[in-house]
Design a protein around this ligand. Sequence first.
Ligand SMILES: [Zn+2]
Length: 405
Amino acid sequence: MFDLILRGAQLDGAEGLRDLGLKDGRIAAIEPHLAAAAPESQAHGLFLSPGLCDAHVHLDKACILDRCTLCEGTLAEAVRLTAAAKPGFTEEDVHARGRRVLEQAVLHGTQRMRSFVEVDPRAGLRSFAALLRLKAEFAWAIDLQICAFAQEGLTQEMATFDLLEEACRQGADMVGGCPYTDPDPARHVALIFDLAERHGMRADFHLDFDLDPGVTSLPEVLRQTTARGMQGQVSIGHATRLSALPPAELAQAAEALREAGVALTVLPATDLFLMGRGADRLVPRGVVPAHRLEGVAASLATNNVLNPFTPYGDASLMRMANLYANVAQAASAAEMARVYRMIAQDAAAAMGARAEIAVGAPADLVLFDAPSAEAALRQASPALAGWKAGRPSFRRPRGELLPPS
Ligand SMILES: [Zn+2]
C-alpha cells in the first residue's frame, strides 16, 4: 500500500508525533499511527520539515577564493575580482565548483534552489551549459531553477542581452538583472522585463545594494511589475538600502512591495560582509529586517559561497537563518516561526512553488536533529536525512560522544 512509512515525526505545529505513508513519490497518508506494513524509517520524534528552499545562489562563481586576492572587502572589489576571474571559467571548472556547493546544500536539507548564472562576453554560455548539466544530474536530490543573469551591466554591452536571449531559448528558467552596475539602470530594468515577458518567465533583480537612501531602482521595478501585470513573478535581492530607512519609510516600502506582489530575498552573509565598509566603528548591519515586514513575500538565501562577495559559506540555510535571526534580533516564538518560513514555505512561494507536508504533496522531506522548527533554528541544527520524491536522498550520522569506558 505504501512504498515507505516514516514513523514518529514531529511536524511543525502538530500536537504529538505522526507517521507518514509515502507512495509514488508523494505523501499518501499522515496519521498518528499507520497500521500498514511497508519498509520503514524511524524519525525518533525529530522535526520533519519540507525540503528547504534557497531562493538566491550563484553556483557559477562559488569557490573561487583561491584565485582572488581580497583587499578591500567592498562590493566594487568583489565585482572587479570576479569579472577578472570569469574569462578563466571553463564549463568543467564551473561544473566542478557548482557540484561542490550543490552537494553541501543537499546535505544541509535544501531541496529547491534558484541559481543565477552570468552570461556575458566574458563567460559566454560556458557557465550556463555547466548549470544545465548540474540541473539534470542533481534532479534526484534538488530542483534547480536557472536564472540567466546580467551581473556587469547591459545597456553599455548589448552582447550580453543577446546571450541572455540565447540562454532563454536554450533552457534557462528565468532572467535576472543588476541595475546598480548599469550606466542606465532604468533601461536595464526594462530590458530584463522585456525578456521575461517575451519568454513567459519570472524576473529577479539584484537591487539597491548600498546604504544610501537617496539612490534606488525599487520604484522602477515596482512600476514595471505592475504595468506589465507580473505581480507574483518578480523578486529582488539585497535591497540593503531598505535597512537604512527610518521606520515610517520602511513601512511605506513594505506596502509598495506588497501591493506590487514583489518578493524580497535577504542575503545576510553577503550584506554583512560588504556593507558599512566606510565605518570605522558602529558598523551598520545592512541587513533588511524582512521578518518584520508584514505581508511581504520574504525569504533568506545563501547568495555566494567562498568568493569575493562572501568569503565564507557551506550552503546551509538553517545556519543562514540562525545568523539572520541573531543579527536581526528576532527571538520570540512568532518571530522564529516567520524566519523559518523564510527558508521554507515563503522561499518556495517566491520561486513559484510550494513547500508543504500534506496528503497529496510531493514527499520532499528533511529530518533535523531537533524537536521543532524553532529549536532547529535557534541551534542551527544539522539535517540528518532527506527524502526527495519519496526516495532517500541523503543521511548523515548523529554526533556521538565517546566517554572512556
Ligand atoms: Zn546575488
